[in-house]
Design a protein. Structure first.
Length: 337
C-alpha cells in the first residue's frame, strides 16, 4: 500500500525527543506530550528503537495504551537491535550523531540489517510499544552520516536482508508499508534505481526544509514523484535552528545557517508569520510530501505546530523569500504563483 494511503493526516508526531534527545525529559512530561498530540487529533506517530535505546518506544506504548488500535498509525524503524546488556553510552560510535541520545537508556545498540535482525527488531518493537502490529517499517539510517565510507556496504546488507524481508511482510499484510528512514538523499536515490524491491515511500529528515532543500530538489523529489510515491518530512525545523534553537543537523548551527535564519525571520516578522508556520507550510507545498512530523517534548509544542499549520500566509511572503534568494527557484511554494 502506498505510504500516502496509510497516513491519516498531514501532521504527525516525531517521537525522537521522547528518547531523551539532548535532555533528560521527565516521564510525566513525555506522556503528557503524546496525550496532547492525541487530544489535538494527531493520529500518526513515528518512533524507532534507536531513540534512547528503546526509551521512545516504551514511552509511546505507555501513552497510547488503551487507545483503540485501529484509530492510529505507527511507524517504527529496523536496522538496530537493543540488547539487555549495558554499555558505555559515551563510547558509542554514532557517526555524526554522537551525543544526541546520551540521556537515553544505556542498553547496548547493535546494527543489524539482516533478515533475522529485521524480524527480531519488529518483534522487539511490538513488545516495547505494547501493540500487535506496526503499520509502517522504515529501514533506519543506511547512509553516510552514520556509516561514513562503509555506508554502501551497509546499504547492500540491508538490500539483501531488510528490504526483501519488509517487501515480503508488506505483501503478506503483516505491515502496510515500508521504506527508508534517512537523513540523506542518496540512499533513496539508490533504492529507487533498483528494479527490486518495491518500497512504498520514505521518511526523509532534515533534507527538505526551508533551510536545506536544494539538493533534494535536484534528484530525489522528482524520482519519488516519478514512482508515484511520497515522503514524510522529518526534522522540518532543522534540529531547531529554524525556530531559534542552537542546533542544525544535531550539532551547533554554523554561522551561515544562523544568518539565513535571521534573514528569513526578518521577513516573517514583517508579515507577522511564525517561523514554524513558514517551515511546515514550505515542506507541505511540495506535492511529493504527504506529512510532516516535527518532534515535540513539551505539550505546548503541539498547539504551536497545529497553529503553524493553520496560519494564513500571504503569497507575497513566499515571493519575497524567493526574490531574496532564500528559497530555491525550483521549490514549489504555497500560493506564490
Amino acid at each position: 500500500m502506498a505510504l500516502k494511503d496509510v497516513l491519516p493526516g498531514q501532521l504527525g508526531f516525531g517521537a525522537a525527543p521522547l528518547g531523551n534527545m539532548f535532555r533528560d525529559i521527565p516521564e510525566q512530561e513525555a506522556l503528557a506530550t503524546v496525550n496532547a498530540a492525541w487530544e489535538d487529533g494527531i493520529r500518526y506517530f513515528d518512533t524507532a528503537p534507536f531513540y534512547g535505546a528503546g526509551l521512545a518506544e516504551i514511552r509511546m506504548g505507555a501513552a497510547l495504551v488503551g487507545r483503540k488500535r485501529s484509530d492510529y498509525v505507527v511507524s517504527t524503524k529496523v536496522g538496530r537491535l537493543i540488547l539487555d546488556e549495558i554499555e558505555d553510552v559515551g563510547g558509542r560510535d554514532l557517526g555524526e550523531k554522537g551525543g544526541v541520545f546520551k540521556h537515553g537508556r544505556p542498553n547496548r545498540i547493535v546494527n543489524d540489517y539482516s533478515r533475522d535482525g529485521t524480524l527480531r527488531s519488529i518483534d522487539d518493537s511490538l513488545k516495547r510499544l505494547g501493540t500487535d502490529h506496526v503499520d509502517i517499517a522504515f529501514v533506519h539510517d543506511v547512509a553516510q552520516d552514520f556509516y561514513g565510507d562503509e555506508w554502501l556496504s551497509v546499504f547492500e546488507s540491508a538490500r539483501k536482508g531488510a528490504f526483501k524481508t519488509l517487501d515480503r511482510l508488506r505483501d503478506e499484510g503483516v505491515i502496510k508499508a515500508w521504506g527508508l528512514g534517512v537523513n540523506r538523499v542518496e540512499p533513496i536515490e539508490l533504492l529507487l534505481a533498483l528494479d527490486e524491491p518495491r518500497p512504498d515511500g520514505f521518511l526523509l529528515a532534515g533534507r527538505y526544509t526551508l533551510l536545506d532543500h536544494a539538493r533534494a530538489l535536484q534528484r530525489v523529489m522528482p524520482m519519488v514523484a516519478e514512482h508515484e510515491l511520497a515522503i514524510v518530512v522529518g526534522g522540518p525545523y532543522s534540529s531547531g535552528a529554524l525556530v531559534g534553537g542552537p542546533n542544525f543537523e544535531y550539532a551547533p548551527a554554523p554561522p551561515e545557517i544562523l544568518d539565513k535564519v535571521a534573514r528569513i525571520k526578518t521577513i516573517a516578522d514583517r508579515y507577522g508569520i511564525s517561523m514554524k508556520a513558514a517551515g511546515l507550510q514550505f515542506a507541505l507545498a511540495n506535492p511529493v510530501v504527504a506529512a510532516v512530523i516535527p518532534g515535540a517534548s513539551r505539550p505546548a509544542r503541539i498547539a504551536e505546530d497545529r497553529a503553524a499549520l493553520d496560519q494564513s500566509i500571504p503569497g507575497d511572503f513566499w515571493r519575497e523569500l524567493r526574490s531574496a534568494g532564500l528559497v530555491n527557484p525550483a521549490a514549489p511554494l504555497p500560493d506564490a504563483g
